[in-house]
Design a protein around this ligand. Sequence first.
Ligand code: SF4
Ligand code: SF4
Length: 417
Amino acid sequence: MPRLKAVLKPDDPFLRPVVLDGNSFPGIWTEMMPKAMFELRFPEERRATCMNCPKSCHDGFRADYRCCTYHPRVSNFLLGLGSETEAGDLAIDRLIQRGMLLPEGMYSTPGQWIDFLDDQQQDAFGASQKVLCPMLDQATGYCDIHAFRNAVCSTFYCFSDHGQTGENFWVQIQTLGSQIELVLAQWSLEQVGFDLDRYFKAFDKLSEGIHSVSTQEGWTEEALSALWGDWRGREKELMRACAAVVTENRDKLWAIANSQLIRESVPFDRAMDTIVPEHLEEEVEGEELEAGAEVTLKPTDTWEQCLEAHARLWNWPKGTFILSPNVSLVPNARVTDEEKFCADKDIFIEYRFAKARDCEWRLGITPAEAELVSAFRDDGRSLNAALGDTAAQSLKDAQAFLTEMLNRKVLWPKKAK
Ligand code: SF4
Ligand code: SF4
């Protein structure tokens, strides 16, 4: 029996998503993330309704790819686990055919990165013609590796129920997941006998010809041969071997993730900066690494930041709150695409930074929700007092709604006179 099949349990949780407060994450999170994460209350993100995508209905995103106009880096062990499903297995074949699969996993090329920067500058995220994730099944619009997608895809919500406070929380969880994924990808390669020193030396060498490592679709044959070494031709076997060793060590993944450093080819990263055309330079983020440096952030440090962001998300400050003067409640006219999309909501909250300014954002709400926030007009009140209102009692989760209103700055602390 192949090693991966032998180490997977019947109905293995690694092969199906785990759901936390309505959010679906890869099953491997049950072991690779800290156990305490599963005791946290996550924001439900009711407004990012992916299968009825608001962005594609009224905000210019492509109906087929929606926010998948992006090339995620998906670690080898996630792809290996994905190969246990028919769709995931075929998706890996597509990656191999395009030349987008490296030993660490799905990995876009320098040329594709420039395309992404160009899209960012043109504000074409969601509408790109050139940066399209190969893991999406164009016929169905589904992600072929949904239960095995990476931390960026798993934590992306185009609308966060809690506004910036919610986004900050998701960024921390995303950073944590991405760190662990990178460490485990490299650790598992070493465990299966893949020569990581040779791999990074090959990357260093490729930096000298950075302009000629990309094709339209993926990496050139020469680059692939240099990076894969004697594993060339056995790419899927390597993905599955990495998945097997990660699965075998399922009880130790958090400890492993905290005991290893992430390696990178500094010459290659530096060379990437040299290929950015002048007009795209502003799109490049990030700090420069010193020669020979390794990324030293530890998941335990990031986890502390996750907890802090979580506390900011749910803690209710004491005191009196009023309805922000930046907020208007207007009836849903059900005329524009957005209004029709929110047809089940009778009212919109509209937020402007100043009365004369354009609407910054609007949110469809129900009459009971409107009644609840309206009760904060004039003298205002405490959040706890509002929970006793009849309107609050008619909501499924008034506490979550009021927290959302607080984090979106619809409700403001009342200033002392
Ligand atoms: S997260 Fe993506 S797919 Fe989901 S609603 Fe937002 S844009 Fe649409
Ligand atoms: S991996 Fe899946 S969720 Fe992520 S961008 Fe690709 S298709 Fe979308």
